[in-house]
Design a protein around this ligand. Structure first.
Ligand SMILES: CC(C)(C)CCc1c(C(=O)O)[nH]c(=O)[nH]c1=O
Length: 312
């Protein structure tokens, strides 16, 4: 079956790629992504300066394959590293390149976006709105006024179609309010739902210790346990953002969850925890599983079932 897709006007040979943060911090990581069967790749969220991030252990899978917890702390090589990578990228490779930016301030996001716009490259920007806000205020994705102000500055600078990475929302009023902001920006072409479910806490029963070191053990939750929250966010924004697309991420461990994300409305699907645990071979496996599911159900293309979840 045909699992290709078009995102922000760019053709992806298949709908699968990595979630920003996994297998994408260094050129060696990105090379593994280029060589994998993914349809695309995205870089680790970049800040203006290089960052080491938090002390380890800062990521761990959770027992029983239910998911993962992380508090990486935005380790990255600094935006110029990824700008240079984007300048040298082989865009004839059919595998489009996405760049994630997560400035620690609006000023940093402006400087990074201006640099990428000046370079005039075919890569697509995904702005990470789980980025920190001013201390004492919630992350940008949960501060709608700050997020709208940020978009009103960045969208005109970027000019081309771009996307934003969003934290999960859990209240219908928040879906409505967030969508009302996003619908104000014509070149906001897609939203990526969801980032990790914020500030979970994993504790080892035997040792009675938190599993990760940073933030007293508090960290973002990913993997199978966030699937149903992810599907809800994908479908909520698919319904509320006519003319825009949704990238689904959260809980994709097989072709089945990728199928469900498309049924919920996703135009592309990112994989985080399962990629971290299984490695880049996950793309070939899930692409085949999804294609087999489509054949079994009689679907030829993703358009045959995208967003067609049935209500009762
Ligand atoms: C959580 C932040 C450090 C503010 C942003 C980077 C990030 C991280 C991270 O680098 O800790 N982990 C995630 O699961 N999602 C993210 O967006």
């Amino acid at each position: 079956a045909d699992i290709s897709t078009t995102l922000a006007g760019v053709k992806l040979p298949n709908l699968l790629f990595n979630a920003s943060g996994v297998c994408c911090q260094t050129e060696a990581d990105l090379k593994l992504m280029v060589e994998s069967e993914s349809g695309s790749l995205i870089t680790k969220s970049a800040t203006f300066e290089q960052r080491d991030g938090n002390p380890s252990p800062r990521y761990t899978p959770l027992p029983g394959g239910i998911g993962s917890i992380n508090s990486m702390g935005l380790p990255n090589e600094g935006y110029e590293y990824y700008l240079n990578y984007a300048k040298n990228y082989d865009y004839s490779s059919k595998k489009p390149l996405f760049i994630s930016l997560s400035g620690l301030s609006l000023a940093d996001n402006v400087k990074m976006c201006e640099a990428f716009v000046a370079a005039d490259l075919p890569c697509v920007l995904e702005i990470n709105y789980s980025c920190p806000n001013v201390p004492g205020k919630p992350q940008m994705g949960y501060d709608l006024e700050a997020m709208e102000h940020s978009l009103s500055v960045l969208a005109p600078i970027i000019k081309k179609p771009f996307g934003i990475k969003l934290p999960p929302y859990f209240d219908i009023a928040h879906f409505d309010q967030a969508a009302a902001v996003f619908n104000k920006f014509d070149n906001l072409a897609f939203v990526t739902c969801i980032n990790s479910v914020g500030n979970g806490l994993a504790i080892d029963f035997e040792t009675e210790e938190a599993l990760i070191k940073p933030k007293d053990g508090f960290g973002g939750l990913g993997g199978l346990m966030v699937l149903n929250t992810a599907l809800a966010n994908v479908n909520a924004f698919h319904r509320r953002l006519p003319g825009k697309q949704v990238i689904g991420v959260g809980g994709v461990v097989s072709g089945k969850e990728a199928f469900l994300h498309v049924l919920a409305g996703a135009s592309a699907v990112q994989i985080g925890t399962q990629l971290k645990e299984e490695g880049p071979g996950v793309f070939a496996r899930i692409a085949k599983e999804l294609s087999d599911i489509m054949v079994a159900k009689g679907y030829k293309t993703l358009e045959d079932f995208r967003g067609k979840v049935k209500t009762l």
